[in-house]
Design a protein around this ligand. Structure first.
Ligand code: ZN
Ligand code: CU
Length: 494
């Protein structure tokens, strides 16, 4: 008998087509039929609700979260059934126990345990924890560069470049979906364009991706977009621009010009896609944004502390408020935080994005949704960790009408699956894996805020991962049916 049937539900199949009403039958992890269902072991009434493919978070830093929080509640509750980890140039693999690559990421990847060094080892170790959702991996430039040449502020020599290429190639052979950079971060910021072209070209035989946190997202956004497009052309790989934005008030509006350049490249036949998170604040490791010899005061003014092992009492507070209360100079406070023991592990939230730019981004047809959530639950994380996907559907679809529901779902599912090489996922189609989300488009809503960021969304009734009920009525089943996915192949271990 069929394992699970969802009856009389409005199906948004992920392709962007209009919804239609039917029953969906699930058996052995896959969608068995769409139409009129017979009896099933578990029956769910979908009347009045919408069923979509599980959402795909194209921009995640969950490499370590699969070890620390295998229940992945913050993603699952949003309807996310697959994440792409290893973004911004930082990946859990390759791992050399004698070298501290995790330190280079400032704790973003912390918590990884297990005796592994490559992608297959990582997959096996992560699967042992019975993850709630699926994971796909990128191999990160900052990580491989740290392994090959430490924190050297120069171009690699021939041996070092060959070593990096070997790491990237090895990861692709084992199923990584691409190569990621974070060119504002250390040590990636010390690389020249040619080095990145050489490494991105390693993805070409696999037809895999080059994803990038570009060298500049503010004053030099347009130059950075040109560099990205050049890397894509020279290496002949599909480029994916991560969290596209114009950072800093003087630069607001530049996303228009940036998207025009992308459109020009698309018209010329280049493969380019992007993603965005639906918030006006960014978040990351605070030490990466400041020059300690010359603290940027205007940036400090828009910063709120997310997590700070050195001063837990600052978490959830704006720096300006802390400075006023302590009666200290704002720039001195920044210095105090960043130079304290473990100060380099401080994560901050910075309000640097214009609301209008988010809407411009979301109106672009090749714009996917990526949370960029940093899964550190100790402090007061950016609400995007818990709220990204419902926020797009409630605020930008329902309230603001920037894009239609079916188009938003397409950009969260089939477009992402096709781009990131998820085999038989991202659509509600017979034979496809049953990653599903049942929700009410009239009530779906993110509830996580900057003041109260660890709240799960409303309006999502059911999330199914590989045919198993992972979350129902807001309660997590703990079934752990997630898989480690390989680019355009069967999942790891299958
Ligand atoms: Zn980034
Ligand atoms: Cu990121």
């Amino acid at each position: 008998m069929t394992d699970l049937t969802i009856r009389n539900v409005n199906i948004l199949d992920g392709t962007g087509s209009a919804e239609y009403k039917a029953d969906v039958e699930v058996e052995d992890g896959r969608i068995k039929s769409i139409g009129n269902a017979g009896p099933a072991k578990t029956e769910i009434d979908g009347e009045g609700k919408y069923l979509a493919p599980g959402f795909i978070d194209t921009h995640a830093h969950d490499d370590g979260a699969f070890f620390r929080h295998p229940g992945m509640e913050f993603k699952l509750a949003q309807g996310v059934t697959t994440v792409v980890s290893g973004n911004c140039g930082f990946s859990a693999i390759p791992l050399d126990p004698t070298k501290d690559t995790v330190a280079a990421s400032g704790g973003i990847l912390a918590g990884i345990e297990g005796d592994f060094h490559d992608l297959e080892g990582y997959f096996a170790a992560a699967l042992e924890r019975k993850p709630a959702i699926n994971n796909m991996m990128l191999v990160g430039h900052n990580t491989v560069r740290t392994l090959a040449m430490g924190m050297e502020r120069r171009a690699p020599n021939t041996n070092e470049l060959a070593k990096m290429k070997g790491y990237v190639e090895g990861a692709m052979e084992q199923g990584a979906c691409g190569f990621s950079t974070g060119l504002i971060y250390r040590p990636g910021r010390w690389s020249e364009t040619e080095e990145v072209i050489q490494l991105a070209a390693t993805a070409r035989p696999f037809d895999a991706l080059y994803t990038t946190h570009m060298r500049n997202e503010g004053e030099h956004l347009l130059e950075a977009v040109e560099e990205t497009l050049l890397i894509g052309r020279e290496s002949d790989v599909h480029v994916h621009i991560s969290h596209h934005k114009s950072a800093g008030q003087p630069n607001w509006g530049k996303v228009n010009e940036s998207l025009q350049r992308v459109d020009k490249a698309l018209a010329a036949g280049q493969r380019v896609t992007l993603d965005v998170y639906p918030y006006t604040a960014g978040s990351g490791r605070m030490i990466e944004y400041f020059n300690l010899d010359n603290i940027n005061r205007s940036l400090a003014e828009v910063i709120r502390i997310a997590s700070c092992p050195a001063f837990r009492e600052y978490e959830g507070r704006m720096l300006v408020d802390v400075a006023a209360e302590k009666n200290v100079e704002l720039t001195d406070l920044v210095l105090e935080i960043l130079t304290a023991p473990k100060g380099d592990r401080t994560l901050c939230i910075h309000f640097i994005i214009d609301e209008a730019d988010i809407e411009t981004n979301l109106a672009h047809k090749d714009m996917m949704i990526g949370s960029d959530g940093i899964p550190d639950l100790n402090g007061q994380p950016h609400p995007r960790l818990f709220g990204t996907f419902p926020r797009v559907l409630s605020h930008y679809v329902r309230d603001r009408n920037i894009l239609s529901l079916r188009e938003a779902v397409r950009r969260m599912t089939s477009l992402s699956a096709a781009t990131f090489g998820l085999t038989d996922r991202g659509q509600i189609r017979e034979g496809y894996w049953a990653d599903l989300v049942l929700f009410d488009p009239d009530t779906i809503k993110d509830t996580a805020t900057y003041d109260d960021p660890k709240r799960e969304p409303e309006g999502i009734d059911l999330v199914v991962v590989n045919g198993e009920i992972a979350c129902r009525g807001g309660s997590h089943s703990g079934v752990g049916s997630g898989k480690m996915l390989r680019y355009r192949r069967s999942a790891f271990g299958e």
